[in-house]
Write a new protein. Sequence first.
Length: 55
Amino acid sequence: RRQIPPESVLIMSNLYGQLSGDAFVIFPSLDSAKQAVMEKNHQHIGTRYVDLYLL
């Protein structure tokens, strides 16, 4: 299991400061980002169902 440093994660909120359910993660390489999408897309992370996209 790989660890993502907290400074590489941006959790989005709306204008009222409520969490929107969206987040962005900066991976150290394109290959590691592709691997994460292949392993975790349409899966549950904790109790959350996730859809992942490469941007």
